[in-house]
Design a protein around this ligand. Structure first.
Ligand code: NAD
Ligand code: ZN
Length: 360
């Protein structure tokens, strides 16, 4: 890695406010290249047939593609979407708009990159491998927590690894933060995805990479999470605050790194397809040793919200399965280094990780 401080991109334009989604048509208009260069809306399938879908400003030959968020994004899925868009339209689109949670936001980012870069998306998983600027892309979160709306990565499951396309071209050109879009989220999912934000804060604030930049965003996000999950806000206040918590949590890790829960959650995701938010929760509850105060707070939030996490996820696994998860988790070197410092290998052994996985 190059020496020196990172010079990373931020989202250049953002709208915040209830029903700001209604301004989308006006926002896109100046970005339309001509009537044959459509906007492609990648939209979470949960919105099919709803009022949200009806309010998408489709004109000319724009296209709405509904995508299931049942499974996390894959490189093959990105490549198939790009192929479909290329087949359906004679011109490169004016832009891509992702409407949904982290899954749809990441798909929108990846598709916008792959419309201008050759080959398959798996070749770009890693750091700064993208050669050409992506097309204009807009992120519209409908559930809060991942920080995918601000980050410079899009996390994809590839043929042999789950890894982000981390690049300056990944970051959205425009984000629309409309807290009202998060209204339909189930309580469980609201907790799991919100805890992704909480865990970003704990891992960033307790990491060795911490600096004033990350700390300023991380502390604000952590305070907001506490207000939302331990306070007595109205649901409207809580939607607004969690949306901003997600933003700040994402900014906090942009200039630091995540830690133990994320490394181990990647292992669960890779082997069992356990999704990011719930995977983080399943691991985090057993990390008192690394994050004593954070785990205590997590348990308070879980109690207050009446969430019961699933149990015995790893009960039936073979030794080879454990080895796979451990290998994936231990491969996330920057995360361990952030969590425990340069000598992390003296503290983290396969046996230790296995003992934690066995509790899950
Ligand atoms: P998600 O997009 O996977 O959605 C979770 C569930 O909530 C889905 O069933 C979805 O249909 C539903 N949902 C979303 N909005 C809804 C609404 N308004 N009403 C009803 N249901 C709704 O959830 P997520 O937790 O936001 O995203 C997880 C993904 O984000 C993972 O793929 C993870 O890898 C990725 N991620 C990316 C980054 C990044 O920086 N790029 C960071 C963290 C996580
Ligand atoms: Zn996360």
């Amino acid at each position: 890695k190059a020496e020196g401080y990172r010079n990373f991109p931020m989202v250049p334009r953002v709208v915040f406010g209830k029903d700001s989604f209604n301004q989308l048509g006006d926002i896109l208009l100046p970005k339309r290249k001509h009537s044959d260069a459509p906007f492609i809306f990648l939209v979470d399938e949960v919105f099919e047939g709803t009022d949200v879908a009806a309010r998408i400003p489709v004109i000319f030959n724009d296209q709405i593609i509904f995508v299931s968020a049942e499974e996390e994004p894959k490189t093959t899925q990105v490549d198939a979407l790009v192929q479909r868009i290329e087949n359906d339209h004679s011109e490169l689109p004016s832009g891509i708009v992702g409407i949904g949670g982290g899954t749809l936001l990441d798909l929108a980012k990846a598709v916008s990159i792959m419309l201008t870069n050759n080959g398959g998306s798996a070749a770009y998983q890693g750091w700064d491998l993208v050669q050409k600027p992506s097309i204009y892309h807009v992120g519209i979160p409908t559930i809060s927590g991942t920080g995918a709306e601000v980050s410079r990565t899009t996390v994809l499951m590839g043929p042999d690894k789950k890894l982000g396309i981390n690049s300056d071209y990944t970051t959205f050109d425009q984000v629309v933060l409309d807290p009202n879009l998060t209204q339909g989220v189930s309580k469980e999912q609201w907790f799991y995805t919100g805890m992704d934000c909480f865990i970003h804060c704990i891992e960033s604030l307790n990491g060795t990479y911490l600096n004033a930049f990350s700390q300023s965003y991380g502390e604000k996000a952590l305070d907001l999470c506490k207000e939302v999950y331990l306070g007595d806000l109205t649901s409207e206040e809580s939607r607004d605050k969690l949306m901003m918590a997600s933003w700040h949590g994402g900014m906090s890790i942009a200039y630091s790194q995540v830690g133990v829960a994320h490394a181990m959650s990647y292992g669960l995701g890779y082997l069992l397809g356990v999704k990011h938010g719930i995977g983080n929760c399943l691991v985090f509850q057993h990390l008192e040793e690394f994050y004593p105060k954070g785990v205590q707070l997590f348990n308070q939030m879980k109690e207050k919200q009446g969430i019961i996490l699933p149990k015995s996820i790893c009960a039936e696994l073979s030794d080879a399965d454990y080895d796979t998860m451990i290998e994936v988790a231990m491969g996330m070197e920057p995360l361990w280094e952030n969590a425990l410092g340069k000598s992390w290998r003296s503290m983290i052994t396969p046996e230790k990780l296995k003992a934690i996985y066995q509790k899950i």
